[in-house]
Design a binder for this molecule. Sequence first.
Ligand code: NDP
Length: 455
Amino acid sequence: MAEFDFDLFTIGAGSGGVASSRRAASFGAKVAVCEGSRVGGTCVIRGCVPKKLLVYAAQFRDGFEDSVGYGWNSHVPAFDWEALIARKDREIDRLNGLYITMLKNSGVALVEGNGRIVDPHTVEVAGKRYTARNILVATGGWPSLPAVEGIEHVATSNEALHLPTLPHSVLIIGGGYIAVEFASIFRGLGAEVTLMIRGDDLLNGFDDDIRIALAQEMTKRGITIVSRCKPVKVVQGAGGYTVTDHMGREHSAGLVMAATGRRPNTRNLGLEEVGIALNADGAIPVDQWSRTSVDSIYAIGDVTDRMALTPIAIAEGRALAETLFNDNPTHISYDNVPTAVFSLPPLGTVGLTEAQARAKYPQVDIYKAGFRPMKHTLSGRDERVLMKLVVDGDSQRVLGCHMMGMDAPEMMQALGIALNCGATKRDFDRTIALHPSTAEEFVLMREKAPPPQTL
Ligand code: NDP
């Protein structure tokens, strides 16, 4: 009889858990994955995928408006929120089914229910115990809400994807990825939108020029950004909600949404009981091999204290399968990870911001191009593009690429390859431009931006 029921038991069938389990099974491992909600996890069920479908919906307004400048006798047609949500839900159902089929076809056993670790080699699901040589925790994260009176009235991204009707006005607390993406969605679909941020600018951690440029464009689109502002109370009224801020000002809206970060799903997993101490944010600390402080227990994705991005969870999961089951110790690099914010206009970024580069390198060269894209010469839209290269002044290696503007996310995937290959500014310069395009500006920037003024 086998020593264990499984070689790998994965808790959580999100992007990371599914990728890791399937890759492990492809190497001949006997694998099971348990899931207490829907197979697919945050990205497929209540994150990246449904969000992007709503961004596509919101983008049509631009298309209708811009078409007039191109000779179309256009108007913005009526929009049907219920129809959009129903179609989006059908697509999510399809993907959910696809993920279940993929697990089955890969030979991974799917166990329904939440898993709890009983000992370093045993997981309990719905009252039944399964033993495994290795346990993988891939339980992801969940929206975290600020401790504010009346916060139970506030929606998170989970509920925002399922609203019965489109609210006439939305107040979003927070200024990170989720806040700016949903602000763009709701505004594009016709709602009045206010962003309440506690700092000065949106998107902490992004390049400062891009943060400022995006705030300008979002403001032009009619989004109100209230900075240095914190909510203290949320009250439900007849037609909506009123948020009182720290200065006693009242902000009313048909929907209040909090996009104030996410917390790792580590509760009720039995982690502390088997000796895994969590960090201050409730995340599972792991080493570069995704191993926790208990040798047979691993963790990947948003439940750890690394980068909360779907492709990172997938890469961590596949690397773990290589390490454990293919005799090929693998860990991933967190450098030059391209990311996007699907705001309107969108952002794309890879590598270091100017501030990060200046903190690390003695000499940093900055190249910037800001312009009105060709499309808007005829559309008349008052929207600009900003592109920026951050270059190590000594080696001339390109350290970071940042962009706000149409197609920025698509460009960043390719630029990520260039940065991973160690491309220099000269390599960018000797690449022939693709004309006419916006992307060509990345190989046409000649003038260094003046160094920042020191007081
Ligand atoms: P973020 O960490 O990006 O942003 C949280 C925002 O909420 C920040 O503006 C933060 O302010 C603010 N905030 C935090 N706590 C409070 C509070 N108590 N009161 C008021 N404001 C507060 O989290 P998100 O929820 O937007 O996204 C979670 C993660 O999901 C992201 O980190 C990202 O990795 C991932 N994601 C990725 C996407 C993509 O790749 N396109 C899309 C969506 C999510 P401050 O800046 O001052 O800290």
